[in-house]
Design a binder for this molecule. Structure first.
Ligand code: COA
Length: 205
């Protein structure tokens, strides 16, 4: 299986396909119990925020740095590359913001995204939470919201949502499992792919 596009790696979207006639809702925003998932604003300093996140060795532990394949966005330049690589007709990289933060100084605690998958009727998601905020269920909240968004807002023709991760990234796999994804080890590069189909999906709203 060809590798899936996931946000934390920021692989190029060349060759990915999407449903014809599909349009994105602009601006993208999803609100959950504790979070707002939204497009980056220039004032956020997305490159600076991403670079700081990726500079944590524990955060970047499972992210290989292979330009064109995976981007460890630990510099502003690489963060820009990641943001550009994530932009596609079906989505982009988004900021994860704590709802409880003061609007004028919003706390960005993570990043995530929706991307094309190998099949036009499937979507891939990715997510990462800044290390200081780990263990609070935020990644689960983001992943569930993205899956729900793909099935209920993107297109009724989206049949499955996927995510992939390093085979040793057990925390990410736990999040995917708790989202109801079935996990499978890929044959070629030993990554773990999670997959949830529309038939399995229970809308959250
Ligand atoms: C993976 C990641 C997103 C998890 O973020 P988080 O907000 O801490 O995740 P949550 O709190 O929602 O849930 C983490 C789950 O993994 C479990 N977990 C954490 N570390 C673990 C480990 N080493 N082994 C197994 N499970 C682990 C937690 O117990 C929790 O499961 P539970 O709710 O059943 O107890 C975060 O570690 C991260 O951003 N890592 C770097 C980027 C990345 O790897 N992204 C994954 C993309 S697929």
């Amino acid at each position: 299986m060809r590798r899936l596009f996931v946000v934390l790696f920021g692989r190029g979207s060349t060759g990915r396909s999407y449903l014809s006639g599909e349009t994105l809702t602009k601006p993208f925003q999803v609100v959950t119990a504790r979070l707002i998932i939204r497009e980056w604003h220039d004032l956020d300093d997305p490159e600076g925020v991403l670079a700081a996140m990726f500079q944590s060795p524990r955060y970047a532990r499972f992210i290989d740095d292979r330009p064109g394949e995976e981007i460890r966005a630990d510099t502003r330049e690489k963060a820009r590359l990641l943001l550009d690589a994530c932009r596609s007709p079906v989505g982009a990289n988004y900021a994860v913001v704590l709802r409880a933060s003061v609007p004028a100084r919003q706390s960005i605690i993570g990043q995530c995204g929706i991307f094309p998958a190998d099949r036009p009727d499937e979507r891939s998601i990715g997510f990462g939470i800044a290390e200081a905020y780990w263990g609070n269920g935020y990644a689960l909240e983001v992943a569930r919201a993205l899956i729900d968004h793909c099935f209920t807002q993107v297109s009724p023709r989206v049949t499955a949502v996927l995510a992939d991760t390093h085979r040793e990234n057990l925390a990410a796999q736990r999040v995917l499992l708790r989202c109801g994804m079935a996990l499978q080890l890929t044959a070629h590069d030993e990554r773990v792919v999670g997959r949830r189909t529309r038939a399995e999906h229970i809308p959250t709203s």
